[in-house]
Design a protein around this ligand. Structure first.
Ligand code: G3P
Length: 214
């Protein structure tokens, strides 16, 4: 399973990218708005930093508007992937864009049924929102598992991105289930790196080393 960061913050993305495991970036309108910067400039800068897919979301609600926004965003850099919510218009836009060779990431996916339709419309990626599904009292990882089973069963090559990740175990479970990618917030990536026994082990090795030198 590949690891993306779910962030529009350049400093966060740079710090994580320097650790060597990052394979892509996803953003959403909330994350970009938080930065208070020009949307296209942010996407452009992310693309120069990270060598991998960078998802940028459309804001239009109608298919024609989505397709037109997608054209502008896709022009920023060849790695830009267009995030499109799964609605009736969203599916139409995904189909049009697939025919034009523009990659899409079907977002705000809350059911296996939505994921299947998005894949069949031609989405390159689907993003089930694990944490937000859990928030509704349902089983986010269960939905992810259903999507993996269905895509495997029918040899669907759309990649599954476990999104709305809230803690390290969401990432581990997503990997066990067979998601292709997890897009993980900065805070959770830092939690994943850290283990108190690693820190303690380093401390003890250094102490023992100093003692031996005396
Ligand atoms: O990738 C999906 C993400 O942007 C939404 O996450 O934490 O707002 O549910 P969250």
């Amino acid at each position: 399973m590949r690891i993306f960061i779910d962030s529009a913050n350049i400093e966060e993305i740079r710090e994580i990218n320097d650790m060597g495991f990052l394979a892509g970036v996803t953003t959403n309108p909330t994350l970009v708005a938080r930065e208070g910067r020009d949307f296209k400039a942010v996407v452009q800068e992310i693309c120069t930093l990270v060598d991998g897919p960078v998802s940028a979301e459309v804001l239009s609600l109608d298919a024609a508007g989505m397709v037109s926004e997608a054209g502008e965003l896709a022009g920023i850099h060849p790695n830009v992937v267009i995030k499109i919510p799964v609605t009736e218009d969203g599916l139409k836009a995904i189909r049009v864009l697939a025919e034009r060779g523009v990659k899409t990431n079907a977002t705000l996916v809350f059911s296996a049924a939505q994921a299947l339709l998005a894949a069949r419309a031609g989405a390159a990626f689907v993003s089930p929102f694990i944490g937000r599904i859990d928030d509704t009292g349902n089983d986010g990882l269960g939905v992810l598992e259903d999507i993996v089973t269905i895509f495997d069963q029918y040899l669907i090559d759309t990649e599954i991105i476990a999104a709305s990740i809230r803690h390290p175990m969401h990432v581990v479970e997503s990997a066990k289930i067979g998601a292709h990618i997890a897009t993980v917030p900065y805070k959770v990536l830092k939690q994943m790196v850290k283990h108190p026994l690693t820190d303690l082990g380093i401390e003890r090795f250094l102490e023992d080393w100093k003692k031996a030198k005396m």
